[in-house]
Write a protein that binds this ligand. Sequence first.
Ligand SMILES: NC(=O)C1=CN([C@@H]2O[C@H](COP(=O)(O)OP(=O)(O)OC[C@H]3O[C@@H](n4cnc5c(N)ncnc54)[C@H](O)[C@@H]3O)[C@@H](O)[C@H]2O)[C@@H](O)CC1
Length: 254
Amino acid sequence: MTTLISQETAQDIDQWLMDPSGGAFSIDQLMELAGLACATALQKTYQPCTHPKVLICAGPGNQGGDGLVAARHLWHFGYQPTLFYPKQTDKDLLFGFSFHGEPRPPFDAVINALNETTKPILSVDIPSAWDVEKGNVSGTFTPDSLISLTAPKLGSKSFKGTHWLGGRFVPPHIAQRFKLDLPDYPGSEQVRVLKETARTYDQGWPTAYGMHSPWISTQKGFASRSTTSLEDMHRLDSESNSESDGKSDARRNL
Ligand SMILES: NC(=O)C1=CN([C@@H]2O[C@H](COP(=O)(O)OP(=O)(O)OC[C@H]3O[C@@H](n4cnc5c(N)ncnc54)[C@H](O)[C@@H]3O)[C@@H](O)[C@H]2O)[C@@H](O)CC1
């Protein structure tokens, strides 16, 4: 049984991963590995032949940084990613294990949009606006898929969709220190499926949906092709809905 961890433990592990006597990772290295795991989980759930277009909703914290990395990997995997990044910061999906309280602007409107969409959503670590330990207590959207990083959070206990775990970066001594029971990652796998639903691997999503396709090669080019306003996000949504290529997309929120 994979260990479920609290918000505080998640934050402690994060510190240990970056401590010289712990994992000794830099934040950039961790984001690179986390972003690769997120992109890999998305690829295993929604393949580019059926879901070529991906909208990445990136927040202001480290999870937003995972989103930037994931977008680059997704492009290399053959997707057409578009980035919605309303609050760009220097280090930088919406929120991860540091989310608390009610979503504040401009993210409250983004959560509402995710609430209304019929498109598949892959959330990262904990679905945005869910309580990290109690889950969906505010009655907001439930994603179709979730990728937990390091170890699943307590709030994901009742999640019924396809559930991935990414976190090959946790050294054994940190797993032991925090008494984490984690699955092995066979071969070169970056992710493990904890729970699979019948919808995984493209059983067919009902609606056609598309997105603009930015050319993403560097973070600079990447950021300049991102969208920062909610109006842009809705515009992309309506334009893509008018496409009739029979393809559906995946959204991910980080
Ligand atoms: N060790 C790990 O497991 C790793 C974690 N990473 C990612 O980093 C995430 C945690 O990063 P952070 O600690 O930066 O936290 P978050 O990415 O959860 O974001 C924190 C930011 O969100 C804002 N915020 C919090 N509550 C809000 C609210 N109600 N309304 C509006 N804004 C709000 C805060 O002001 C802060 O700017 C994890 O969930 C994971 O995705 C990876 O980057 C690296 C490895």
